[in-house]
Design a protein around this ligand. Structure first.
Ligand SMILES: *Cc1c(COP(=O)(O)O)cnc(C)c1O
Length: 368
């Protein structure tokens, strides 16, 4: 039965571009292992398709947010080990130990729990110690490390295989970040006297592009894989955009001068205006915050200003200057003519929230 309505709005994803950007990340750090970060559904691109495309591409781990995402990877037959970036909940840990997923610890309680579970199943469970060098989100404090290390060494079934931290200000504060690298280096050296640390990592995309961390041997690029460099770098020009967001015109109407458009009537036509109604709204992830901020869409070769506020399922644009527009015509919202960085700037937010805000209602269409 083929009674499906044509999509009102959708996302085209280029898996090839993501794989290419991973190669760029590799060029930027040739002697470092990589953990592609594919949490939050690979930043809106789709967890399983992205993982399958990058799987076995000579990478150490896939960075995921939680046990649920790790489970989805194993169900999809992905071979690369998931690395759960955030803290784990007690009820998730048995599954984590049984599957040998990699987890971080920030407290001795977590370590003891993993140790008990691993003993129960007669396994050695590998963990990475998180160290809080400034982010304030997880990890042991540097001053605790000496004591904590002694306790961890006494645990029979947990082995510290790595140490990680995370920069809070790599894209904003260079001197702070440089001090933080020195602190992280001290922490790693202290721990290296007690453990054989196979992995040492602190950098996400901005850290990878902007700094050298000689003690690290693993990096965790996220945004970079999706074609955006969070700091200016020589690799900018090499990155390829990974997605397009499109919709379709649903109506074209002539409004007289003095007519309001959308909620709150924040836009009033100043002259007779041809207005296209377009099938996408904030429920799809087109940010309501771009309302009245000069956002534009691209229709049949022309930029068209968006008019008034974004509504839940629809937006309006001025198409008076476009010679031919009719219902069904494609509309580019993010793509070759409208970079995602422009949309984030108009919404006064960061690119990460635009990627991860692309909603489940948008079908993802893949090209390899
Ligand atoms: C999300 C995340 C990353 C990836 O960050 P990007 O800035 O997108 O590269 C890396 N590490 C941790 C711990 C994260 O939470």
């Amino acid at each position: 039965m083929t009674n499906e309505s044509p999509p009102r709005a959708w996302v085209d994803v280029s898996l090839e571009a993501i794989a290419h950007n991973l190669d760029v990340a590799r060029q930027a750090l040739p002697d470092t292992d990589l953990m592609p970060v594919i949490k939050a559904g690979a930043y809106g691109h789709g967890l399983e398709p992205v993982a399958r495309r990058l799987d076995a591409d000579g990478i150490a781990f896939f960075g995921v947010a939680n046990a649920g995402e790790a489970r989805r990877l194993s169900r999809a037959g992905v071979r690369t080990k998931p690395f759960i970036l955030g803290p784990t909940f007690p009820e998730e840990r048995e599954e984590i130990v049984l599957n040998n997923w990699c987890a971080t610890i920030s407290t001795l309680e977590e370590a003891e729990h993993f140790n008990r579970l691993a003993a129960l199943y007669d396994k050695t469970f590998l963990v990475h110690m998180a160290v809080d060098t400034g982010m304030g989100r997880e990890g042991f404090l540097p001053a605790q490390l000496g004591d904590v290390a002694e306790h961890l060494r006494a645990m029979s079934h947990v082995r510290v295989d790595g140490v990680m931290s995370h920069f809070p200000s790599a894209d904003e504060d260079v001197p702070y970040t440089q001090n933080e690298i020195a602190l992280f280096t001290d922490c790693v050296q202290l721990l290296q006297r007690r453990f054989r640390l196979r992995y040492r990592h602190i950098a996400a995309s901005a850290g990878e592009l902007g700094y050298e961390v000689p003690i690290a041997n693993l990096a965790r690029p996220g945004l970079l894989l999706y074609g955006v460099a969070p700091v200016a770098s020589i690799y900018d020009g090499l990155l390829k955009p990974t997605l397009r967001l499109s919709s379709r015109v649903s109506l074209v109407r002539e409004l007289p001068a003095g007519h309001g458009v959308a909620y709150g009537r924040t836009y009033i036509t100043t002259q007779p205006t041809r207005v296209a109604t377009i099938g996408i709204g904030y429920a799809d992830g087109w940010p309501r915050a771009v309302s009245g901020k000069g956002a534009r869409v691209y229709i049949n070769g022309h930029y068209c200003p968006m008019l008034g506020r974004v509504t839940m399922d629809q937006i309006m644009a001025d198409v008076s200057h476009v010679p031919f527009v009719s219902p069904g015509d494609e509309v580019e919202l993010i793509g070759p003519h409208i970079p995602i960085t422009e949309v984030a700037a108009k919404a006064d937010t960061i690119v990460w929230t635009i990627f991860t805000g692309l909603g489940p209602r948008l079908p993802r269409v893949y090209s390899s």
